[in-house]
Design a protein around this ligand. Structure first.
Ligand code: GUN
Length: 298
């Protein structure tokens, strides 16, 4: 195959979402006197999480919203974390609450998520929001699958009857992704680490979404010619330069072997620079949506 895939860069989509959010924020301030507020909770000092959380705070402020970042020590107790979530649920200046995952091993994330007010659950992780998505009711939908859907709709204008394969079954990504594709009339398969013949399943897919967290697992010969490939993986490997690797420098790769896949696919997202850029933009959108709904009820 000599053709190479269209590269689906995330930046222009993220910029368009942020611009629209910023306009809607101004309207909400002018019409209702409400400034949307997002609180992000980070427990511990995982360096990758710290970078994501800083970026979320900066982009929240750039969109004209109110931002709170709660950095808690790694030895924070379950009770302390739950008390903070309850306080944020009650805080009328806050419309979105995000607890950065993963939490340190001694903390029970399911119990923390269960405490979140579903109407402030901008990650779409509560049982209520997962259920709303499953039945097609209005709720808050996890940000990364929403970002993937924006790219997929652009690459495949008519999704009806398309074969979609979602690799990965997490609550934050694989399961909601499958629901969104199903709602868009795709024929959806969810594959995971225990699935048989992953390459064969992938080769049937017109749309392949990889979210397994395994560096470059999906090879070029797993991909149906012309397929749309969305790579959600963010995997850190040692730098290719041995000197830099010895200094602890890393490089980021996706779940898809990009060069091989780009030679076969019709369109593909790069890593970095693809889906990852849309996640925070969709988080801002969810925070604004939450604030609009809360203001509408007030
Ligand atoms: N860790 C990595 N991505 C995410 C995300 O989208 N939400 C939360 N809460 N934690 C994450």
């Amino acid at each position: 195959m000599t053709d190479t895939a269209r590269i689906l860069h995330g930046k222009p989509y993220a910029e368009a979402i942020r611009a629209e959010v910023a306009q809607r924020v101004e309207r909400l301030k002018a019409e209702r006197g409400v400034t949307p507020g997002l609180a992000v909770v980070l427990v511990g000092d995982d360096p990758a999480s710290a970078i994501y959380v800083r970026s979320k705070g900066e982009q929240t402020i750039a969109a004209g919203m109110h931002s709170q970042t709660h950095r808690l020590p790694a030895d924070t107790s379950q009770d302390e974390l739950e008390a903070l979530v309850v306080q944020l649920n009650r805080d009328t200046a806050i419309h979105g609450v995000l607890v950065q995952l993963p939490l340190p091993a001694h903390l029970d994330s399911a119990r923390v998520i269960a405490l979140l007010d579903p109407d402030k659950d901008v990650d779409g992780l509560t049982t209520i929001n997962a259920g709303r998505l499953a039945v097609g009711a209005e709720g808050l939908v996890p940000c990364t699958p929403v970002g993937c859907m924006i790219l997929i709709r652009d690459a495949v204008p008519d999704l009806k009857g398309k074969r979609a394969l979602v690799l990965g079954r997490s609550n934050l990504m694989g399961k909601p992704m499958a629901q969104l594709l199903l709602a868009a009339d795709c024929t959806v398969t969810v594959a995971h680490s225990r699935s048989k013949d992953l390459p064969g399943l992938c080769r049937e897919a017109d749309i392949l979404v990889a979210a397994v967290g395994r560096p470059e697992m999906v090879r070029g010969d797993w991909i149906k010619p012309g397929a749309v490939v969305i790579d959600v993986g963010i995997n850190r490997l040692p730098s290719k330069d041995p000197v830099k690797a010895a200094e602890g420098k890393t490089r980021v790769v996706g779940d898809v072997a990009f060069a091989e896949a780009a030679a076969v696919a019709g369109a593909i997202t790069p890593v970095p620079g693809g889906v990852g850029l849309l996640t925070v933009a969709c988080l801002l959108q969810n925070t604004l949506t939450a604030a609009e709904r809360i203001a509408g009820r007030a």
